[in-house]
Design a protein around this ligand. Structure first.
Ligand code: HSE
Length: 301
């Protein structure tokens, strides 16, 4: 049995970027860590006190076991240690970090039988959409389509001068609940509204045309329906725009609200923190992040 301990760092992600529902996402420099080794019995622990499932329902364990079985390799059990910095059920891709951690860990333990693209395809199939899992794997800004179990994607590296201010509420919002409020059908003009803005978002972020971002983040597919699930979200949008954000959007399915800010706006963080406190949102966190262009990394000792 291979007793090597595999150490993996996986970034948080911010999906949709407003208009790119289920198709745009980017990785940010907030990380979960997964340490994994083969073992005769199941042993799962959190090294930072985060409450996680420590039995066979653990998503990292389930994903890793699945990959061993898919590859036809003998599987006994795993010892897994987790360090969780990405808050759970807040629209920052915590479940993608577990899926990617499980897939990459198992692949490494087996001697890397699968390519990165094969892992990307499996991760997207497990998530059901590729907009968190793909940037979590490869970093950067990713435009991705999941078609017939294969992810077609382009990664673009993003300038670290652009800050992503993650405003994280003190409550969870499950993706399944945030998808339940979406309409089954939309008007043709709303489809056009979104596809034009999603295209504009992708190229504007890449080319540095940041003054397009406010219009590009606007959306009619999900945010209007989800805002009511996030108490005071609209006031927080107003605060961020007043403090000169280029754009504000619901990160993934929420509950986090993400503001895109120029790093020259050096007082954005303090002014926004003060405003949140005045609104009675003192328990909400504010993290000033940058795009992670590296993606998932297997750490060497
Ligand atoms: N795009 C998904 C949603 C979340 O908005 O429901 C991230 O995969």
């Amino acid at each position: 049995m291979n007793k090597a301990m595999i150490k993996i760092r996986i970034p948080a992600t911010s999906a949709n970027i407003g208009s790119g529902f289920d198709s745009l996402g980017l990785a940010v420099n907030m990380y979960n860590y997964v340490y994994m080794e083969e073992s005769d019995s199941l042993e799962i622990s959190s090294k930072d006190g985060t409450i996680i499932p420590t039995n066979e329902s653990n998503l990292i364990y389930k994903t890793a076991k699945y990959l061993f079985e898919e590859c036809g390799r003998p599987f006994k059990s795993l010892k897994i240690e987790q360090i969780n910095n990405v808050p759970i059920a807040r629209g920052l891709g915590s479940s993608s970090t577990c899926i990617i951690g499980g897939l990459v860990g198992a692949n490494e333990l087996m001697g890397c039988p699968l390519s990165k693209d094969e892992l990307i395809n499996l991760a997207a199939a497990m998530e059901g959409h590729p907009d968190n899992s793909t940037p979590a794997m490869i970093g950067g800004l990713v435009t991705a389509v999941l078609d017939n179990k294969k992810v077609y994607y382009v990664k673009q590296e993003i300038d670290s001068a652009l800050k992503f201010a993650a405003i994280v509420p003190d409550f969870e919002l499950k993706t399944s609940d945030a998808r339940r409020v979406l309409p089954q059908q939309i008007a043709h003009k709303d489809g056009v509204f979104n596809l034009s803005r999603a295209a504009l978002m992708s190229v504007s972020l890449y080319s540095g045309n940041y003054n397009n971002l406010r219009v590009a983040a606007d959306d009619r597919l999900h945010q209007p329906y989800r805002l009511s699930l996030i108490n005071k979200a609209e006031q927080v949008f107003d605060i961020c725009y007043k403090n000169s954000a280029y754009a504000v959007y619901i990160s993934g399915a929420g509950s986090t609200l993400m503001a895109i800010v120029d790093d020259k706006q050096i007082d954005f963080e303090q002014k926004t923190r003060d405003a949140l406190d005045e609104m009675g949102l003192g328990e909400w966190k504010l993290h000033m992040l940058s795009v992670d262009n590296a993606g998932t990394v297997v750490l060497k000792d």
